[in-house]
Design a protein around this ligand. Structure first.
Ligand code: NAD
Length: 436
């Protein structure tokens, strides 16, 4: 099938390449000329495992191309919209400027029978409003929210847990759902659930899923706060409650909390939208989820400061990690970088290393010292803090090896990802988050 993907960022580039990899003929459109130039050469503009391979394969096969010219979307049967929906500058709501611009740019190129499939995360009610502009062209708008996880984006796109399609009522909606079934045929054939519903439900499924995940993380971080004043161990607590199948162990990792380009802004936008709808109280707990999450960053900084008896001024602190999570170079609202910047603000000499995100981090925070090589970054440190649980730090860094490089043996485990006994056994002063 001929497909266009409007917006080629983390979501769109992966979607375009994945659709080509399952046999569709795809054109990716973006307003960012640099990104398009890179994608057109078959070079992934960001780090995402598996993307480079399917990008190269797609371009070489002739099924995948990229352009800045929206007119080239003409002729596609399905137009996916994957542009950004960031938080507005002066509040918590989602900024729909890019979605509106993408739809406006696409409208002159739509033909009767085309499907416009929104993938961006939007406030409930957006699709119904956009449909008023799309429907007069004879095209049909559907909302097909995206659930991919960065770091697993290719797998999640090709083999998702479920597919959701919000469609209009009646035959038009049935036909649109059938076209999407055809697009996603390889996944559906592997029995991926395909849920057809109305616009509002589809939009809400996405924000509800993110709200739930954020709540689960903040729940365990709230338990970490209680553990910190009682001497309990939140990791053991998480293991124990996680054995209950109704709870489950996943997403119960206490630490410096969540970040990235989705969870924080999505729960804020959800709360803001609920307030607009007169139901602010229904999701008021999301404000608390957000507050707990941000407090964990303060806590991590306090642990480091306390470890030095009250001041980090002129201390050499090595920060292991910059990306908001491992297997990604995304630094949007990264708790890791936030902690690094705060320590720098307190007068520490901060050195950061990360296997993938240094270039992105340097662009935003040029004042910090970046070192590519992990061991080089560790050399001479008065304290070390792990803020992104890359395997390079979690599995591959032995406390005995690290001990030979540093000046002070203080390790702060901002992700509770290290073996505390092993680090202590090697002579380190180990501090976890919510662990004695
Ligand atoms: P991103 O910032 O990486 O990409 C957005 C892209 O859209 C950019 O490349 C930008 O240049 C382009 N763009 C903006 N206006 C445009 C226009 N008028 N025409 C064409 N292109 C335009 O953002 P992202 O992380 O890919 O997120 C995109 C959407 O997907 C958001 O709504 C996000 O919430 C949602 N989402 C993201 C993820 C994720 O893990 N990144 C997962 C699920 C859902």
């Amino acid at each position: 099938m001929r497909i266009s993907v409007i917006g080629c960022g983390y979501l769109g580039a992966v979607h375009a390449a994945s659709m080509a990899s399952i046999g569709h003929e795809v054109v990716g459109v973006d307003v960012d000329g640099r990104k398009i130039a890179s994608l057109s050469k078959g070079e992934a503009p960001f780090f995402e495992p598996g993307l480079q391979e399917i990008l190269t394969e797609g371009i070489q096969s002739g099924r995948l191309r990229f352009t800045t010219d929206m007119a080239e979307a003409r002729g596609a049967k399905v137009h996916f919209i994957g542009v950004g929906t960031p938080q507005v500058k002066d509040g918590y709501a989602a900024d729909l400027t890019y979605v509106n611009a993408a739809i406006d740019g696409l409208l002159p190129h739509l033909a009767a029978g085309d499907i416009v499939a929104g993938k961006s995360t939007v406030p409930v009610g957006t699709a119904a409003t956009l449909a008023e502009r799309v429907t007069p062209t004879g095209a049909t708008l559907v909302w097909n929210p995206e659930f991919l996880r960065e770091g697993w984006a290719v797998k999640d796109t090709i083999d998702p847990d479920r597919l959701v399609a919000g469609v209009p009522d009646g035959e038009e909606g049935d036909r649109a759902a059938d076209v999407l079934r055809e697009v996603y045929h390889p996944s559906i054939a592997k029995s991926t659930p395909f849920i057809v519903t109305d616009y509002a439900t589809a939009e809400l499924v996405k924000v509800a899923a993110n709200a739930f995940l954020a709540t689960k993380i903040s729940f365990i971080n709230a338990m970490a706060e209680i553990a910190e004043v009682t001497g309990a161990d939140v990791t053991t607590l998480a293991d124990a409650i996680g054995h209950d199948a109704r709870i489950g162990r996943r997403f119960l990792g206490a630490g410096i909390g969540f970040g990235g380009g989705c969870l924080p802004k999505d729960i804020r936008a959800f709360a803001a939208r609920a307030e607009e709808l007169g139901r602010g109280e229904s999701v008021a707990f999301l404000r608390e989820v957000d507050a707990i999450n941000l407090r964990r960053r303060d806590r991590a900084v306090d642990i480091v400061v306390d470890a030095f008896g009250g001041s980090v001024f002129k201390k050499n602190i090595t920060v292991l990690g910059a990306a908001f999570k491992p297997h990604s170079d995304d630094i949007r609202d990264s708790p890791a970088l936030d902690v690094a910047v705060r320590l720098h603000g307190l007068g520490a000499w901060v050195t950061i290393t990360d296997p993938a995100a240094i270039e992105n981090a340097r662009r935003i925070h040029p004042q910090l010292n970046y070192v590519e090589d992990r061991d080089e970054a560790l050399r001479g440190a008065d304290a070390v803090i792990v803020v992104t649980e890359w395997d390079e730090y979690r599995r591959e860094l032995s406390p005995e090896h690290a001990r030979e490089l540093v000046t002070g043996k203080i390790i702060v485990d901002g992700r509770n990802c290290l073996n505390a006994a092993a680090w202590r056994g090697a002579g380190w002063e180990y501090h976890g988050m919510g662990r004695p």
